[in-house]
Design a binder for this molecule. Sequence first.
Ligand code: NDP
Length: 290
Amino acid sequence: MEIGYIGLGAIGRPMAANLAASFPTTVFNRTSEVARQHVATRGGRLAEDLGDLAGVDVVCTCLPTDVEVAAVAGVLGPLLAPGTVWLDHTSGAPAGSRDVAAALAVHGVAYLDAPVSGGTDGAERGALTVMVGGDPAVLDRVRPVLGAVAERVVHVGPIGAGMAVKAVNNALLATSLRAAAEGLVALQAGGVDASTALEVINASSGRSFATERLIPERALDRSFPVTFALELLAKDAGLATGVVADAGFEAPLLALVARLTDEAALQLGAGADHVELVRVVEATADVELG
Ligand code: NDP
């Protein structure tokens, strides 16, 4: 199977590198210098433009939102052979993924929404979790491709269901990160060292990925590497409120977290990592964790 990979961002680069180790892989990136460097250091062939991907069997996209995917599909879709499979690893809106799927179906191209979880370190290890929406028979055809990037692949429902699960997962991440930051800042302001508090919390029922990994590994030592942009987390928390609205009920906590995460992303700007959400909470109490 020949792969075309579009979108060499923080998560796309390690995924494309793992694919190139197992399949003939051609990569395209909007900023072509990024793709040129990627090919030089991590393998694969360079696509100068989207047309260079016309002959591939599987297209993978990993772009910021479904809006960019729709634009790329509008150009590349008509050039693909019927029977091509489009694996969309973007975290986008469920309705947007259904629109892209319908536009590609006109050209005989099968679409699966296949957003990923596990972060850049999981992507480097080929150990992502993939949540897939779409036809299970199409999924079976591309399982070997997903096997090169993922440890776990879960079929979660029809097209759009993968996007919905991903949005809710990341809304939970935003919630636990924000809640942990608020609790730890309060404790430290009251005289309990954050790392001492975490020793207790991480052996107790309040623990989460934020308390076990993100805050100890990045906030306490003030390293804050940019692996997943805060503005992308805010986008996902917002998408989760859309999932709630589509289901026709109210989720006040998720709505509040989406608003707070959005405000934090605006405050810190485009270059901020998601864990820097902690900084916004610290500023409200004039406390620094760690
Ligand atoms: P980045 O911001 O690092 O990369 C975005 C990529 O999209 C770049 O290759 C960029 O190209 C390209 N791009 C941006 N706008 C356009 C456009 N208008 N047309 C074509 N290409 C465009 O994002 P990530 O790699 O972090 O995230 C990508 C997706 O994966 C997002 O949906 C994110 O939510 C999701 N995700 C991210 C994870 C992470 O840990 N980083 C984990 C799980 C999911 P250029 O180089 O030209 O800017």
